[in-house]
Design a protein around this ligand. Structure first.
Ligand code: ADP
Ligand code: MG
Length: 611
């Protein structure tokens, strides 16, 4: 009898879906997550989650979202059936929570499911009953618009998985965790969680701060410090906990990328590093952070549950988050009791006001939210705007204005055309104080110049033409065999930076020119530092080797603390700083400046009077 050598066969859909379910649906909490996400994607403003026996007998999610047509009510249970993307290109533009079309197919493969749904446009709705992936009934029904999905007896047909479920307390805790993650993501949506007919949460639409307080308890209110920064590519909003509120457990850490809850060790580390050294050992700060980024720059399709993400430029994200958190902490530490007053303004940001639609897919929401001026990315033209009010022009629209601003307006405009109507002032030959319309900024001159030079050198390295050089008498430099190889590799980059350096046989090189702004440095030592930096594996933030050259050079060449500056030099420095891509931080994430808001300052003094 001939042996059949072809052993591969296509799995029936039901089996394939059960396997997929293993990834997407691990426990009742996964069902809760997927169903709430679907309701949010459907534009719901009210979501009710009912659970019996920690989700083992029933999980039911009802929403007032867009509902489904008769056909869609059937289609939605097919694997890879989704209304959210249609081409591979769409993966670059994902604004919805779902897009893989796996959740409902997976759930229907391992549970008894009833879907009741109606679109607004239709007078009758549809009811579909499906169990173990087999449709058992479909009929028209009368019901309010929206969708209710009831999931009974999860894993009824996969006994091994059902046996694998943890104690009811554990499963319920997981459900609560998932519910909280979604509830924090969308404070504008009213959300309820009911377990065995008892309300666990009943949350009306609220500001983010209110929602956090509803979920974490009243005591957390005074511990929250607002975070809000933006550049052209990244936008961060949210709250961090004051250092003394840090806990031994990590429970209160929520990070969202484009409103999707994510686990990102990278982001968590950036935040934790920003706190350093303010935290007691082994304590974990509270944070609720929303990162908004062009969907094309982040890959959410890394894992079936979509809780992992990859950024195209992780270093930038790291530096940005770290700087944002530091900035918030710095503001908090200078105005320890003021963050509630700032909060008034913060809550008015469109992102968190409860009145507006916060459908993440809406055009409106993609708009950059108005934010205090120091948060806008300051190209030179923006920079001039910082001073506009001081020269008597209209207040900048992105400024959250306060009554005090109008008074500033009333002062007659100085005549000169310079951006800097009030000259900057140097403090202790290290810091520059520069008044701006809403207060003043305090710049660390060394950090600022390091940032300026770093970006300049990066541009040089990436340019076609070598930089201008300052000629010197030729000088020979010697390296170890290994370092000589590195120098050899670096020659093109070194040339672009302005080094005129040529091999001179063996491990010797001859240097005849240096970058123009590098006066009197010991050349051998400088080159050794650059080689070290390139070889070094654990350079902060995993800066790529070429950029490390720029970093070392910038650190070496930048003007140092202790150096006196003329007004003109300070003005130039400020202008150059604000022309940078990332003016607020050094290449390794230290702050270059701190903004002091006039209102905070005034409030500090008021506080003194009340004592
Ligand atoms: P995905 O969310 O990845 O698209 P799902 O399996 O979760 O995949 O859902 C499949 C489709 O069913 C969705 O794309 C959507 O069109 C529809 N759908 C699911 N839940 C709802 C809901 N609550 N309201 C309206 N439509 C829904
Ligand atoms: Mg989904």
């Amino acid at each position: 009898m001939p042996v059949d050598l072809d052993v591969i066969r296509q799995l029936p859909d039901v089996v394939a879906n059960q396997i997929a379910a293993g990834e997407v649906i691990q426990r009742p909490a996964s069902v809760v997550k997927e169903l709430i996400e679907n309701s949010l994607d459907a534009g719901a403003t009210r979501i009710v989650v009912k659970v019996q026996d920690a989700g083992k007998t029933l999980i039911e999610v009802s929403d007032n979202g867009c509902g489904m047509s008769e056909n869609d009510a059937r289609m939605c249970f097919e694997r890879h059936a989704t209304s959210k993307i249609s081409t591979a290109d769409d993966l670059q533009r994902i604004r919805t929570l779902g897009f893989r079309g796996e959740a409902l197919a997976s759930i229907a493969a391992v549970a008894q499911v009833e879907l009741r749904t109606r679109r607004k446009e239709q007078s009758l709705g549809t009811c579909v009953v499906i169990a173990g992936g087999e449709v058992q009934k479909q009929e028209p029904v009368r019901l309010a618009e929206g969708t209710t999905l009831s999931v009974r007896n999860l894993f009824f047909n996969v006994p091994a998985r059902r046996a694998f479920l943890k104690s009811p307390q554990t499963e319920l805790r997981q459900i609560i965790v998932e519910f909280q993650r979604q509830a924090i993501a969308r404070p504008d949506v009213s959300m309820e969680l009911i377990h065995n007919d008892v309300f666990i949460f009943s949350l009306g639409p609220a500001s983010l701060r209110q929602r956090i307080v509803h979920i974490m308890g009243g005591a957390v209110n005074e511990k929250l410090v607002p975070v809000s920064e933006k550049t052209d590519v990244l936008h961060i909003e949210g709250f961090i906990g004051k250092p003394q509120a840090a806990k031994k457990t990590r429970g209160d850490q929520f990070v969202y990328v484009n409103r999707r809850f994510v686990h990102s060790p990278y982001i968590h580390r950036a935040v934790a590093d920003a706190y350093d050294p303010l935290l007691e050992p082994n304590t974990h700060p509270l944070f609720v952070l929303f990162l908004d980024v062009d969907p094309g720059r982040v890959d959410v399709n890394v894992h079936p549950t979509k809780q992992e993400v990859r950024f195209d430029d992780e270093r930038m994200v790291y530096a940005f988050i770290q700087a944002s958190v530091r900035h918030a902490l710095a503001r908090f530490s200078i105005t320890p009791t003021l963050d509630f007053q700032q909060e008034t303004a913060f809550d008015q940001l469109p992102a968190f006001s409860s009145t507006q639609s916060t459908d993440p897919t809406s055009e409106e929401n993609k708009e950059v939210h108005s934010a205090p001026i120091y948060l806008t990315k300051q190209r030179p033209k923006h920079w001039q705007k910082l001073f506009e009010g001081m020269r008597g022009s209209q207040p900048l629209t992105v400024v959250i204005s306060h009554p005090e601003d109008e008074e500033a307006e009333a002062t007659p405009p100085p005549e000169e055309a310079s951006t800097h109507s009030t000259p900057p002032y140097q403090l202790h030959r290290s810091y520059i104080i520069s008044p701006i319309k809403s207060g003043f900024i305090l710049i660390d001159q060394q950090a600022a110049h390091e940032r300026i030079l770093y970006e300049k050198y990066l541009t040089l390295i990436n340019a076609q033409q070598p930089a201008t050089q300052q000629q010197l008498l030729s000088q020979t430099v010697h390296f170890s065999q290994q370092d000589a190889t590195v120098v050899q590799e670096l020659l093109p980059d070194l040339h672009k930076l302005g080094f005129d350096i040529q091999p001179f046989g063996g491990t010797t090189f001859v240097v005849q020119g240096l970058p123009a702004d590098l006066p009197n440095v010991p050349i051998q030592e400088l080159l050794e530092q650059m080689i070290e930096a390139v070889k070094e594996e654990k350079v902060p933030l995993r800066i790529p080797p070429r950029e490390r050259l720029a970093l070392v050079l910038a650190r070496r060449a930048c003007l140092k603390s202790g150096q006196a500056l003329t007004v003109k030099e300070m003005q130039e420095l400020i202008d150059q700083l604000f022309a940078c891509q990332s003016p607020f931080v050094t290449p390794t994430g230290r702050l270059t400046m701190i903004t002091f808001d006039e209102n905070d300052i005034a409030a500090l003094f008021r506080q003194g009077r009340e004592r």
